[in-house]
Write a protein that binds this ligand. Structure first.
Ligand code: Z5A
Length: 222
């Protein structure tokens, strides 16, 4: 029997990158730009985005899963993702909305996969059973030097406490930047690398240009 056809009337856009790259800022800007076009848009984030996944987010960012190792951590991020996809992302795409998500499966591949030294087979398999054909239509990789991203995040945090990932050393964040660049290079149809060291306005302009060129000009696929 032929495989069931994917039903996706909407579009799925993700933002990826290191700490303080400006993902949340750009999610907000893109949602405003799409809303101005009267396009129904759902802004969401990972880990989290649905009530069950937000509970798992608390445990992950508190570092409760870290002692179990990167494979277990990747599985808990993926468990949160399954709920997020089922509860929020897939229904929104099926009714024709644009979904704009702050981090998604590429973060598992970079943080737990590349940095956690998990095999590509493990991450590929996990992504296949977790996400399947629900991969994003377009992914923005916000790229800037790790030191700059950490400085931005530190300035915003002030005296607040750091989470499990913010606590990692500079080497970790340098390697993370390379991991995201590698993912982008391997997926040129889906990924657009944006120089995020510029002003938020300049970054938003590049993002919008890519959305117009790659998505708004096209008819939604099934
Ligand atoms: N994680 C994982 O390990 N595996 C997974 O599968 C997933 C996630 C899905 C979630 O953290 C953590 O989970 C994340 C990876 C891990 N770890 N880290 N680190 P989070 O959601 O709490 O945080 P984040 O995703 O790293 O984002 P962030 O630190 O909040 O940064 P951001 O969203 O990229 O940046 P921002 O909030 O838009 O901007 C940061 C500051 O810079 C802020 O004050 C802005 O006003 C400012 N900003 C933004 N843009 C600019 C420009 N262009 N110029 C100057 N200043 C700017």
């Amino acid at each position: 029997m032929p495989a069931a056809k994917r039903v996706r009337k909407g579009r799925f856009i993700t933002f990826e990158g290191g700490e303080g790259a400006g993902k949340s800022t750009q999610v907000k800007r893109l949602v405003e730009a799409l809303a101005a076009r009267k396009i129904e848009t759902v802004a969401t984030r990972e880990p989290g985005g649905s009530p069950n996944a937000e509970e798992l987010r608390k445990a992950l960012l508190a570092g409760l899963v870290a002692p179990l190792g990167p494979a277990a951590e990747a599985m808990i991020f993926s468990a949160a993702r399954i709920d997020h996809l089922d509860a929020l992302i897939k229904p929104a795409l099926a009714r024709g909305a644009y979904v704009v998500c702050d981090r998604f499966a590429d973060s598992t591949r970079a943080y737990q996969g590349a940095l956690g030294k998990l095999s590509e087979d493990f991450i590929d398999g996990l992504e296949r059973v977790t996400v399947g054909d629900a991969m994003p239509d377009l992914t923005f990789m916000l790229d800037l030097p790790a030191e700059d991203g950490l400085a931005r995040a530190g300035a915003r945090r002030g005296n607040g406490t750091v989470d499990r990932f913010e606590a990692e050393k500079l080497d970790f964040h340098l390697a993370l930047r390379d991991a995201f660049k590698t993912i982008a290079a391997r997926n040129p149809q889906r990924c657009v690398v944006i120089d995020a060291s510029r002003s938020a306005d300049d970054v938003a302009a590049d993002v919008w240009r890519a959305v117009e060129t790659r998505l708004l000009g096209q008819k939604a696929s099934s």
